[in-house]
Write a protein that binds this ligand. Structure first.
Ligand code: XMP
Length: 524
């Protein structure tokens, strides 16, 4: 893992990951309440590293293993000697209980999904949120349960399947939940977590974008010195915010390279140049490489082959352009925190899954540049907040994600300039209607897909035989899962009418109603 540069003075919480699918949501909830936190694999958290990070408290995540199995993961014993508040969630609660002298047993009825807990007591975590005697909804996902509490603990809430749904050791400031407070299905979960970070750990909620901006600028300057930095700008939110932040930090030591592969959306290139060169005064190389990309894509229909060609050409063009400007010492990328977090495998190792991501498709051999990744601590919505803090226009900060291979993966079959032009027109109409209806910000991503299918239609008195086009719109929080956006039929028919009337080459429009999974968001 690339070493994260040292952080500023804010309060911070350490989350130790035992491999739950929802560990990242704990970090999301904490950040939303102004608390800086990091997620580390439980088995990569040596005591001295934790002490250097200086957290005000530790959260142990859930995980798929069973504490009752001998070789299952354990929290580092050292954390119980640090005098820090600890919150264990699900598996985290169980391992904490087992490590502190309690008993955990398997073989009980599994509880999965919505459950109701009876609040039988109170503690710092429930203050002002859950009152004794109340019944509250939570989200459970467990098979094992604690049967004997460790010394010093008492029960605060219980459910039928989980007698120790919420436990507390007030003297040591240790808390444990059988349920998952980090998911939205636990309606007061965020407030419970906030009580842990603010009331128990004493965090002040000092993680703000203004603070991050100043700190990130200082870090970039310290890393880059007087070196030269290049940044691949795609016009997407992440690389755009990274570019403006870098420019604020190092001015003309930064050159952005925008490669137009001929598969961008309508007016995108003009908008990128106008925004970055004219408005932000950023040195920008704009390379129109559309002939080269479309030339190599001719005759190629396999989705993976298309992606590979585009990735390879992108690097070639990028390298050519950076050589032309005399090379650089650093390559800046808009890598985000979800790409950086190492998720542990179900068994906790030795095979640790590391998600890696390079916005420019990996570092080419021989490009001996160091990486600058100023957004690697941020989630997508935090990047948007930073963009607003930097005074970036809403058209860029709030725009839907757009894939690196561009329209190529929205044209199943062969990609040609003519097909890309047809698709751009349909896409523009669709997004224009979405904006006019005030729906743009409710949708994660909306786009048109040009199908390689021709269908028969009738226009005026004549027969048509043209392409069909599919419209897609989904809601999502991170692109990993997605739900179909439920447009009114009247809206869809209006868009379809406009596309068929205004775009030559399309005579039929369909709406894609597949969620992810089992579909993916893009068609290829
Ligand atoms: P899928 O289609 O896998 O997409 O459900 C999930 C999200 O990722 C985007 N996407 C990409 N973004 N390069 C990117 O920068 C790519 O090659 C790429 N492929 C898919 C997609 O638009 C959606 O937001």
């Amino acid at each position: 893992m690339t070493q994260t540069p040292p952080h500023g003075p804010q309060d911070r919480i350490l989350i130790l990951d035992f491999g739950s699918q929802v560990t990242q949501l704990i970090a999301r909830r904490l950040r939303e309440s102004g608390v800086y936190c990091e997620v580390w694999p439980f088995n990569n958290a040596a005591a001295e590293r934790i002490v250097a990070f200086a957290p005000k408290g530790i959260i142990l995540s859930g995980g798929p293993a069973s504490v009752t199995e001998g070789a299952s993961p354990r929290a580092p014993d050292a954390i119980f000697g640090m005098g820090l508040p600890i919150l264990g969630i699900c598996y985290g609660q169980q391992t904490m209980a087992a490590q502190l002298g309690g008993t955990v047993e398997g073989g009980h009825a599994r509880e999965f999904g919505r459950a109701t807990v009876d609040i039988t007591g109170d503690c710092a975590i429930t203050q002002g949120v859950w009152a004794p005697g109340a019944r509250e909804d939570v989200w459970m996902s467990h098979g094992d349960r604690i049967t004997v509490l460790p010394p010093g603990f008492r029960v605060v809430a219980s459910s039928e399947g989980a007698p120790f749904a919420l436990i507390a050791n007030d003297a040591r400031h240790y808390y444990g939940t059988m349920f998952h407070p980090e998911v939205v299905h636990t309606p007061h979960g965020a407030a419970l977590l906030r009580n842990f970070t603010h009331l128990v750990c004493g965090c002040t909620g000092d993680w703000t974008m203004a603070g991050f901006r100043a700190e990130a600028i200082a870090r970039i300057r310290a890393q880059v010195g007087s070196g030269r930095v290049i940044c691949g700008l795609s016009g997407g939110v992440d690389s755009s915010v990274a570019a403006v932040l870098l420019h604020e930090a190092i001015g003309d030591q930064l050159t952005c390279i925008y490669v137009d592969h001929g598969l961008m959306r309508a007016n995108e290139s003009t908008q990128v140049v106008a925004t970055f060169r004219d408005r932000f005064n950023i040195r920008l190389v704009h390379r129109d490489a559309s002939d080269m990309f479309l030339g190599e894509l001719a005759g190629v229909t396999d989705p993976e082959a298309k992606r590979k060609i585009i990735g390879r050409l992108f690097i070639e063009v990028f390298e050519e352009e950076q050589t032309k400007i005399g090379g650089a010492d650093f390559l800046a990328q808009g890598t985000l925190y979800p790409d950086v977090i190492e998720s542990v495998s179900a068994t906790g190792g030795p095979s640790v899954t590391i998600k890696s991501h390079h916005n420019v498709g990996g570092l080419p051999e021989g490009m001996r540049m160091q990486l600058v990744e100023p957004l690697r601590d941020l989630f997508k919505d935090e990047v948007r907040a930073l963009g607003r803090e930097l005074g970036m226009p809403e058209e860029i900060v709030g725009r839907h994600p757009f894939p690196g291979p561009g329209l190529a993966i929205r044209i199943p079959g062969e990609v040609t300039r003519e097909r890309a032009d047809i698709l751009r027109k349909a896409d523009t109409i669709y997004l224009e209607e979405i904006r006019n209806a005030g729906l743009y910000d409710q949708i994660w991503q909306a786009f048109a897909v040009l199908l390689p299918v021709r269908t028969v239609g009738v226009m005026g008195d004549g027969r048509t035989y043209d392409h069909a086009c599919a419209l897609r719109a989904v809601t999502s929080t991170d692109g990993m899962t997605a739900d179909v956006y439920p447009f009114e039929v009247a809206f869809l028919t209006r868009v379809a009418g406009r596309i068929v009337n205004e775009v030559r080459g399309i005579n039929r429009v369909t709406y894609d109603v597949t969620s992810k999974p089992p579909g993916t968001i893009e068609w290829e």
